[in-house]
Design a protein around this ligand. Structure first.
Ligand SMILES: [Zn+2]
Ligand SMILES: [Zn+2]
Length: 350
């Protein structure tokens, strides 16, 4: 078994502010390795995905519940120690930790399979220390065994972009043959497109993205039509998933929906720079004919499990670009600039 050092390295948020103004946004520090309490596991982190939500945390749109905070909620590692009362035999196993770090298990949402809506939802890397570190704690009941065929780095985007994307696809309630649209084509979009092609093989898929690079990547992955955010698709669309931080794509998507069409917004927060556009929301053009809008909030454990199973079946192997732990700031700044193929991942150990 691994020797557990007393101290570990972590990249932590100390202060909130605009990503571009903070120098640096995250601080590399040496802190005590945490000890697992009852029903907790100590996980040696192999890889942790970098998500736009970390930018939302640093910029205060969904700020950490305490500072300093170690972010990171797409973590793959090995269980190196079990706290008292652990029963699942996970010691030595490779597991993943997703955004759902814990939920209460007793409220009406937890009891009805909607633990993602639990008022006591604990978000990994926001409300409990996450995976931008050499070690982290996880709750035994809330970690996910990772299928052997999926590598550490490739597994990380499945735990957030994949799992939340899978949830948003479920909320679209698509029937095979009905058309799907994706507005924004980042880490989640490229996974959702591949899941949709597998689950709904006869459904045409339209992708709206600002950059030519993203559009050609979407076409490569099988999108039947691609265009800019404001372009009109060849035919109205039955369901659209929005993964952008802005409002313009929401208005454009509502206009592109077919009667009875559904828009699912998969974004933890929207930025307010173009919120004034909502004053142009027109009832007849954007909403009439039973068009609906919903959001996707967090994930449940079963979303994560089902996404991992689906990834095995397809097989779905995300494109990743890796950085060392201390490269987290560089990865976040690059993510904010956007326009990359696939996901960014911190790779801690081989
Ligand atoms: Zn995420
Ligand atoms: Zn609950």
């Amino acid at each position: 078994m691994t020797d557990i050092p007393d101290n570990m390295r972590a990249m932590r948020i100390h202060q909130l502010g605009s990503l571009n103004d903070l120098t640096p946004p995250l601080h590399l520090e040496t802190i005590s390795t945490p000890a697992p309490a009852s029903s907790e596991l100590l996980i040696q982190v192999h890889a942790c995905g970098v998500c736009h939500t970390e930018i939302d945390e640093i910029e205060g749109r969904t700020g950490p519940s305490e500072l300093p905070m170690t972010p990171g909620h797409q973590v793959v590692g090995t269980v190196v120690k079990e706290g008292p009362g652990c029963r699942l035999g996970l010691l030595g196993k490779r597991v993943g930790v997703a955004w759902i770090y814990a939920a209460c298990g007793a409220c009406e949402w937890c009891l009805s399979g909607r633990e993602n809506l639990c008022p006591q939802f604990v978000a990994c890397g926001r409300d409990a220390a996450g995976g931008y570190a050499e070690f982290m704690l996880g709750r035994e009941q809330f970690v996910h065994p990772i299928p052997e065929e999926i590598g550490d780095c490739e597994a990380t985007p499945l735990l957030c972009a994949g799992a939340v994307g899978y949830r948003s696809l479920r909320l679209c309630a698509l029937a095979n043959g009905q058309s799907l649209g994706l507005t924004g084509f980042g880490a989640s979009g490229h996974l959702v497109l591949q899941m949709a092609r597998f689950l709904y093989p006869d459904s045409p898929i339209s992708v709206f993205a600002r950059s030519e690079k993203e559009r050609s990547f979407a076409a490569e992955l099988g999108a039947t039509w691609t265009g800019d955010t404001t372009d009109t698709p060849p035919r109205a669309i039955d369901a659209i998933i929005d993964t952008t931080p802005a409002w313009l794509p929401v208005l454009c998507a509502m206009e592109s929906l077919a009667p009875g069409g559904r828009l699912v917004i998969n974004a933890i927060r929207k930025e307010d720079s173009d919120q004034n556009l909502l004053a142009g929301l027109d009832y007849e053009r954007h909403l009439w004919c039973e068009k609906s809008i919903s959001t996707v909030a967090n994930v449940t454990r079963s979303d994560v499990t089902q996404c991992l199973q689906l990834a095995q079946k397809i097989p779905l192997r995300p494109h990743v670009t890796t950085y060392p732990l201390e490269g987290a700031n560089e990865a976040l700044l690059a993510l904010k600039k956007g326009h990359i193929k696939g996901a960014r991942v911190l790779h801690l150990s081989p």
